[in-house]
Design a protein around this ligand. Sequence first.
Ligand code: PLP
Ligand code: LYS
Length: 417
Amino acid sequence: MPMFTYQNGVLHAEQVSLAALASQHGTPLYVYSRTALEQHFNAYTKALGEWPHLVCYAVKANSNLAVLNVLAQQGAGFDIVSLGELERVLAAGGDPKKIVFSGVGKQAHEMARALEVGVYCFNVESEAELERLSAVATERGQVAHVSLRVNPDVDAQTHPYISTGLKDNKFGVDINEAPRVYAKAASLPGLEVKGVDCHIGSQLTEIRPFLDALDRLLVLIDTLAEQGIIIEHLDLGGGLGVQYRDETPASAEEYIAAVKARLGERRFKLIFEPGRSVAANAGVFLTRVEYLKLNDHKNFAIIDGAMNDLIRPALYSAWQDIKPVVENSDAPLRTYDLVGPVCETGDFLGKNRDLALSEGDLLAVMSAGAYGFVMASNYNTRGRAAEIMVDGTQAHVVRERETIASLYAGESVLPAN
Ligand SMILES: Cc1ncc(COP(=O)(O)O)c(C=O)c1O
Ligand SMILES: N[C@@H](CCCC[NH3+])C(=O)O
């Protein structure tokens, strides 16, 4: 059920008017729906049912503490890629024993902290990383549980910047090399092999590429069994897409049913690492029209939100729906480019959008809950937006707007000579 709906001509998050939130807290503003987060997460756990599983929300998609806390309360595990994400999960009340640690560039101190708190598994991406992890664990007198992130060389048929399972991508260990690298992992003193992992890309709308990858992993798992290496869990990563425009992505239910059917009697514990499919359609980004600039050949609506707040349109030419928060029946309908105040031609949130706008109108960029705030920067010395979590009729500020002074705190000028 969608949690962002018009009620009496005003867009609401659950039962809270987005116009009221913008007046109270200012713009630009991120607003999340607790109920939507819970529903999207629970779509995975419900579909998995009795099958042994762990759903590890990919923290990178939206790492706000309140988001992590809401999911932790639903029993979520977490997929992390840095020490920062690890500390966020712990601060939000997440269970370290449900954390998988992914990423190609884990540093020794990050491994040590993850071992200290007892994460569930390291998803190791190279031979060199295996050696480092074994050394760090041995020095601490511990044994690290590992999966190898295998690169199955399948085409995820998504944007090249978010495709990760091809030979050309930096991620994972070549599937043809995997039996040898697993043998090495099994021989290293500080490691215990637990699983096989892959993640082939993001915003996948078809199930086919996931199943192609799964088929290849199952062949690998059989080869490993012949080598005496027995796998306990299978981590299929994240990647399930969402509807931004007219995509018709497979649902978590369909995806998981297809995976279960493929596994048949092989009841490995299944791990999923969804990010976007949990968070994207649980959030919107609110921005206000500052100026209308009407030219002969092009109309611009200059808004107070920019590429530093939401970079997906600039970076991937991503299309996200943009809706008026309050329907404006007085203004003429025109075609606008929605551009921010940042000094870059690429600073737009939408192009060629048909909207009836007046100065001061509020707009909602939809599907902004994933890869939105987390990718925000302070470019042009702009403070990052505040974040609000709506829960039924209540709205909570879950991150305050950054003050300008905080943007140069910690910097200093050279001493006078
Ligand atoms: C290893 C890993 N797991 C999970 C995710 C989450 O992906 P998505 O947000 O597409 O579900 C990513 C990002 O693509 C990733 O790199
Ligand atoms: N940031 C990307 C997704 C990256 C996936 C992370 N591996 C996006 O907004 O679509």
